[in-house]
Write a protein that binds this ligand. Structure first.
Ligand code: PSU
Ligand code: MN
Length: 310
């Protein structure tokens, strides 16, 4: 695949060579940096994630929108720009890409738009914290993240720590089922709930090794099945939060969001920030640790997938 053919895409040389040589690459999103965490923890986390992926023998590729290009493989100073600018940078999901690119603007890519960039650059594995999903009350608000639709159409494997209970986890799973997206529990039969290891909801399949996950993803590709795969990797026990503390924080944040009438793309960043405040920053340290854990597993899956493809 010649990634240079598309003038809207800028793939770093390192990433292009790795993909061409069947070397493992892990895509990373930039909304988690700009809208998901405060400065300077966001840039520290982003740098550590890149380091962890390299230590595992894979290459990190942060995706973002810079000056009218969809960038795959952002430099350290570009990552720092997204971290410092925070909410001043637009959150860019699938529907935002066309206008921002045409106007030569910047944007922080969500799970959905990061998957698009990864797929265009030939990257199959992507690590993040949590995905967007079906929000509580979606029966009336219809607030369903474009991340779910992207998982249904774009062939990228996303490693996350499950989904935050700011979402309706049951409806999120139903939506993924309808769209034919396999939800894999990594070493677990239960969907992890981001800050905690348990949600009360089952996953579709439990797989215990990077090789098993890679084999499943490769089989999906060989059959030519459209769409991605969601791997839910529970937060390590030592960093998981107190169940009562976090659910109180989340319930309060959801109530505040409703009361303030915050809707659309602003809802998720508001909820993430409010939960952090309500747990006195405890949720942020858990959040950081689970991202590291996902980066590590994603790198191992990417390596196993390269082995599958030789
Ligand atoms: N969930 C998290 N942390 C995050 C996000 C979601 O636990 O940082 C971010 C991701 O970038 C995700 C986006 O793609 O929010 C979803 O936003 P929305 O619900 O507006 O689609
Ligand atoms: Mn939404």
């Amino acid at each position: 695949m010649n990634t240079c053919l598309n003038s809207r895409l800028r793939v770093s040389d390192e990433v292009r060579q790795a993909v061409a040589g069947n070397q493992p690459v892990v895509a990373l999103e930039s909304t988690i940096i700009s809208h998901g965490m405060p400065y300077p923890q966001n840039v520290e986390t982003a740098r550590n994630v890149e380091r962890i992926i390299r230590e595992e023998g894979a290459l990190p590729a942060t995706v973002c929108l810079l000056d009218g290009k969809l960038v795959v493989g952002a430099s350290d100073s570009e990552i720092n720009f997204f971290a410092r600018e925070g909410q001043n940078v637009r959150k860019a999901s699938r529907r935002d890409l066309a206008v921002l690119l045409s106007k030569g603007q910047c944007g922080a890519t969500t799970v959905a738009s990061t998957m698009i960039g990864a797929a265009m650059a030939g990257i199959s594995v992507f690590a993040t914290g949590g995905i967007g999903g079906v929000h509580r009350g979606a029966e009336t608000t219809m607030d369903i993240s474009a991340d779910l639709e992207e998982l249904a159409r774009t062939g990228v494997l996303v490693v996350c720590a499950g989904a935050k209970a700011i979402l309706d986890l049951g409806l999120t799973l139903e939506y993924l089922e309808t769209k034919g997206v396999p939800v894999i529990g990594y070493g677990t039969e239960e969907l992890p709930a981001f800050f905690t290891r348990k949600s009360g909801f089952g996953v579709d399949y439990r797989l215990d090794t990077p090789e098993e996950v890679a084999a499943a993803f490769a089989a999906r590709e060989e059959l030519g099945l459209q769409g991605g795969m969601l791997v839910a990797n529970p937060i390590p026990e030592e960093y998981s939060m107190d169940e009562a503390l976090i659910s109180r924080g989340i319930d309060q944040a959801v109530a505040d969001c409703r009361r303030l009438g915050i809707k659309g793309k602003a809802a998720t960043p508001y909820l993430l920030q409010r939960v952090n405040e309500l747990t006195a920053g405890k949720s942020l340290s858990s959040n950081i640790q689970l991202v590291y854990n996902n980066a590590r597993i994603a790198a191992r899956i990417a390596k196993a997938l390269c082995a599958e493809r030789t």
